[in-house]
Design a protein around this ligand. Sequence first.
Ligand code: ZN
Length: 184
Amino acid sequence: MEEKEKNEKSEQTLRNLGREELIMRLKEMANAEVLPMEERPMGAMCYSIRYPEPIYTFVCPKCGRTVENLRTDPRNHFLSIVSYVKKIRKLGYDAKIEQACLACSGIDHSYDPYDWFPYDVNILFYFRFKGEETYHKTIANNWRMYEAVLAFLRDKNEYFVDHGDLMYVSENQAIIEKMLGIKI
Ligand SMILES: [Zn+2]
């Protein structure tokens, strides 16, 4: 059996912890040691910033309104985040996302800790703990937020982001609390 497969198997049997267990884990990680920034392994930086033409449109599946002049394709953005949600679901957690226009988003649309995506089109993240009936809903447009949640649910305080930078779950505690609807 390949190493990757083996890891995924053991992950599946280990996870799907309930609300209280996850709050406990987050508390433990909050107190774990973190390397200072200058001692962390750094990945390659991406310096080129492109400002593409605003050509994309989005039709809200909830109200049918068309949002025009978007600089990024909301479908691509959605698909890249779907891949994180799939991984969260693979761990045994009940999570899902949907897209909506600003008017249909219904919750604090200004929340983005990285302030990268002040969107007219939002991604709504739903998370439901086992044994609970209702989903916790929040707007989460930034894939970095999903990355933090995924690392936490994998029980890994340390994780590497796309360019190879080392990150810590404990530094993203507010994001995790926000997205899962918990508070330590
Ligand atoms: Zn709408």
